[in-house]
Design a protein around this ligand. Structure first.
Ligand SMILES: C[S@@+](CC[C@H](N)C(=O)[O-])C[C@H]1O[C@@H](n2cnc3c(N)ncnc32)[C@H](O)[C@@H]1O
Length: 247
């Protein structure tokens, strides 16, 4: 049989009944162990061990799997990511869109290092990527992003740049209007309060965290809600970070 397109979530959902999942999970222990693991993993910089097609992604692998689920379900036309670093997540999202046969990603970073740019500019997935250098909250950058959005486009936004709460809060306000109804604003590194007391945590971030920014934003914007589904692995760098635009 010739496969012409990927099946939709609805078309494969019936397979789930054959998956031997445990219904009565020990949620308390999962949460407790996840908390311990999160702290130990952060101290050992485990997020710096992740790669996609060879390119370093500074992320938790569970979160990346959840992003795959989200992208598969949404099939966005445009994914905006603030904070490129080496570009691993950008290439990852572009690869998923390539498999789905639609969509583009735009990455914004205040400092796209020459070695990262060189690799990304010559990558086979470059056809699905746009790189913008500048601060994510800069009006000129936002204007360039808006030009990439066509009427009717489904837009997903991932915030992973400067993790000070004040900056994340500003980003949330800058990007909320670009997210399509039903789609998501994903805020990375909301787990910073869980790292309290660990050596090496930047004081300016532990005083003013991305989680604080999310809480403030949700108070101010009742048209976004935390999607609890994305807590299913317990281990995550973005608890309360998957914000769905509900209206
Ligand atoms: C945690 S890294 C991004 C990791 C990347 N998303 C990944 O998954 O591999 C944060 C990046 O944000 C960038 N950054 C810091 N402040 C920024 C700002 N105001 N606007 C855009 N990017 C910024 C840094 O240069 C750095 O490359």
């Amino acid at each position: 049989m010739k496969l012409r397109r990927f099946p939709t979530e609805k078309e494969v959902d019936h397979i789930l009944q054959f998956v031997t999942r445990k219904k009565d999970k020990d949620v308390e222990r999962l949460a407790k162990d996840a908390h311990t693991w999160t702290r130990t993993a952060w101290e050992n910089r485990m997020d710096y061990e992740v790669r996609w097609l060879g390119v370093p992604i500074i992320q938790n692998p569970y979160d990346m799997l959840l992003m795959q689920e989200l992208i598969f379900a949404l099939r966005p036309d445009l994914i905006i990511e603030t904070g490129i670093a080496h570009g691993g997540s950008l290439v990852y999202y572009a690869s998923l869109l390539e498999l789905l046969g639609r969509g583009k990603v735009v990455g914004v970073d205040v400092d796209i290092r020459a070695h990262n740019r060189k690799h990304l500019e010559s990558h086979p997935m470059k056809k699905r990527m746009t790189l913008l250098e500048g601060s994510s909250a800069d009006p000129a950058v936002l204007a360039r992003i808006r030009k990439l959005i066509k009427p009717g486009d489904k837009v997903l936004v991932c915030l992973d740049s400067d993790h000070r709460g004040s900056h994340v809060h500003e980003e949330l306000h800058c990007y909320k209007g670009l997210v399509t109804k039903g789609s998501y604003l994903v805020v990375f590194d909301t787990f910073i309060p869980y790292l309290k007391g660990l050596k090496g945590l930047k004081p300016e971030v532990s005083r003013d965290t991305p989680m604080d920014a999310v809480d403030r934003f949700l108070q101010e914007n009742k048209n976004f809600k935390v999607d609890e589904y994305f807590h299913k692995f317990f281990v995550s760098s973005c608890p309360r970070g998957f914000l769905q635009k509900i209206r």
